[in-house]
Design a protein. Structure first.
Length: 367
């Protein structure tokens, strides 16, 4: 049996203060747990939300959750993975036993679990790992069900991104939005999440695929990733532009509109940009103070289709991660395009800054 070990990790010690690289203690894996040697971890908005106290007040947080690595050791009863396996981590290890799991919709599982034991600071203070992962660290402790084995030849910095933002975006298109061949899709907001929705739509054979953003750099990337049209919504009315591109008689919109910003005004654009029977998928994460925009109820009544939200792309890691890694390995999914830069564990604050200015799709910590 291995013992606990001390490694470096990035911790938000106090609300709204810069993060610190500190020593953290990783216990030996208990029943159902695994210790993973982290190789890469993307910087996501959610990490910043944790640092700002926007998720909860359970400081200190061990940040990082878009990770890939190698299983170092496993605890009793673990059969999913074994030491040496190359894995992508997920933040929703489903229980397999609740009502959602029983009815065959485990992505709605309400009994997801993480490691039972706690990682700590060297003084014994318990850490709250971001999304139950905490992977801005040389090693981390997770539930074995949070590990999904994928092709070990794949580049860690790229496939780790499937652990959160990229999966959310792809899944919003192919799982939640049920995008299929020939459907028209508009994606509002083409950051890491929206760009992934564009890839998902392209993989599914959608056409046209309309990218909407206020930043021309994002629109350029979107086109490289498969968008057939781009709309800069700071210059033109995106609803009119989408309707025009989709065609018909000018009165209808896209079959699927994906909102990947997480703001009321863009949700409203998405609402009106969809076809009468279209699907609106909200995947951008709103803040708790935001409300549904003021839309006449008659406009809701006057349309069929569906208003949906996509949580983690309604994904099943065991099904979706290996599939997407295979598509990446085959050259059909340019995951490398999402890795704007590789950084060190001490560069997280600079990465938050770049994220804030929209300079990156993803900064990825490589260990
Ligand atoms: N209209 C269109 N696009 C917009 C608008 C707007 N009004 N405001 C911002 N955007 C664009 C930005 O230019 C950027 O390209 O939305 C994109 C957001 O992308 P990122 O900041 O990279 O965020 P991402 O990681 O893609 O996450 C999307 O989900 O996790 C949440 O907080 C996150 O709200 C964000 C969303
Ligand atoms: Zn369940
Ligand atoms: Zn994330």
């Amino acid at each position: 049996m291995s013992n606990s070990q001390t490694v470096k990790g990035v911790v938000a010690l106090k609300k709204s203060e810069p993060v610190s690289v500190v020593d953290i203690v990783i216990p030996a894996p208990g029943p159902g747990e695994a210790v993973v040697q982290v190789q890469s971890c993307g910087v996501c908005h959610t990490d910043l939300h944790y640092r700002e106290g926007g998720i909860n007040d359970e400081f200190p947080f061990l940040l990082g959750h878009e990770a890939a690595g190698v299983v170092e050791s496993v605890g009793e009863g673990v059969t999913e993975v074994a030491p040496g396996d190359f894995v992508v981590l997920n933040w929703r290890a489903v229980c397999g036993d609740c009502r959602a799991c029983d009815r065959g919709e485990p992505w709605y599982c309400f009994a997801t679990h993480n490691a039972t034991q706690k990682m700590t600071l060297t003084d014994g203070t318990e850490l709250s790992p971001a999304l139950g992962i905490g992977a801005f660290a040389e090693k981390t402790l997770v539930a074995a069900g949070q590990c999904t084995k994928v092709d070990p030849e794949a580049r860690a910095a790229a496939v780790g991104l499937l652990g959160c933002g990229v999966m959310a975006g792809v899944g919003a298109a192919i799982n939640t939005g049920a995008v299929t061949r020939g459907k028209s899709v508009a994606v509002i907001g083409c950051g890491g999440v929206g760009a992934a929705s564009i890839v998902g739509s392209a993989l599914a054979g959608a056409s046209p695929i309309i990218a909407v953003d206020i930043d021309d750099r994002k629109l350029e990337t979107a086109r490289e990733l498969g968008a057939t049209h781009t709309v800069n919504s700071s210059q033109v009315d995106p609803v009119e532009a989408i309707r025009e591109i989709v065609g018909h008689d000018g009165s209808e919109g896209a079959d699927v509109v994906i909102e990947a910003v997480g703001r009321p005004e863009t949700w409203k654009q998405a609402f009106y940009a969809r076809d009468l029977a279209g699907v609106l998928v909200l995947v951008g994460v709103p803040t708790p103070d935001m409300t549904v925009p003021d839309i006449p109820l008659i406009d809701v009544f006057g349309r069929g289709g569906a208003l949906k939200s996509s949580w983690y792309g309604d994904c099943l890691p065991k099904r979706d991660f290996p599939m997407l890694v295979d598509l990446y390995r085959q050259g059909r999914f340019d995951l490398d395009a999402f890795v704007t830069e590789e950084i060190g564990i001490g560069d997280i604050e600079a990465a938050f800054e770049k994220m804030h200015h929209g300079d990156v799709l993803r900064s990825v910590v490589v260990l």
